[in-house]
Design a protein around this ligand. Structure first.
Ligand code: NI
Length: 229
């Protein structure tokens, strides 16, 4: 499932993050790529676990934790701390699939494995600031081209083949992170998300409807059957 999360970052938070990134010391993006994808990757990235990445990552996660659509779609169990990247001067990231397991080293003396079930990219630059820089995601309905307003995000299965096209003008800033979901299978997550959405609509429109009890119970019983916690 590919899901657009509008206005994930509110304007003040977005402006603050962009301003802090303006004077950031970027590193070579290949440091976090696997052997295969390193050959396709030409971008800049904030060093992982650098003080700035941790500070801005916390701001991103605070906003994410308030987004009910994110929660319903990702059903997060663990989150790999957000990373920040910058594409400019023809920078691109060719077709690849992200590593399945990453080790979160944000806590001292500990490397916590995170299975990457869900990927989230948050666009930080307005689309008119740059040419190219589209996120191309292959999903079951073909290739999706994603270029969103600043502060909006896209959530998609981390198992997807994807790429970022060359940025031929301006600069594209983005934040991204991975989620280990309580529900590993994308098809099951999709069913739960659709059911959750319908229950929420019904709750809004017909709050007294007797079927709400049964539907909510079914949602939780499916989650109980499928969730790993
Ligand atoms: Ni990727």
């Amino acid at each position: 499932m590919l899901l657009h999360l509008p206005d994930l970052l509110e304007p003040a938070r977005l402006a603050h993050i962009r301003q802090r990134l303006e004077t950031a010391e970027w590193g070579d993006g290949r440091i976090t790529a696997g052997h295969q994808s390193a050959r396709a990757k030409e971008n800049l990235q904030l060093p992982e676990n650098s003080p700035l990445a941790s500070e801005l990552g916390a701001l991103v996660l605070e906003a994410v934790s308030r987004d009910s659509s994110f929660f319903a779609a990702a059903l997060p169990r663990r989150i790999y701390p957000p990373l920040f990247n910058c594409y400019r001067g023809g920078g691109r990231f060719g077709n690849h699939i992200d590593n399945a397991v990453r080790y979160d080293r944000s806590q001292p003396n500990r490397a916590e494995p995170v299975r990457t079930d869900v990927s989230v990219t948050i666009f930080l630059s307005p689309p008119e600031d740059y040419d190219g820089g589209e996120l191309l995601i292959e999903d079951t309905f073909g290739s999706q081209r994603v270029k969103l307003p600043a502060g909006h995000a896209v959530l998609y299965p981390a198992s997807s083949l994807h790429q970022v096209t060359a940025v031929t003008r301006g600069q594209r800033l983005a934040a991204f992170f991975w989620v280990q979901s309580m529900v590993r299978d994308d098809g099951k997550r999709r069913l739960l998300f659709d059911l959750d959405l319908s229950i929420r609509q019904l709750t809004r429109d017909l709050p007294e409807h007797p079927s709400l009890l049964g539907l909510t119970g079914t949602y939780h019983n499916l989650l109980r059957r499928w969730a790993e916690v």
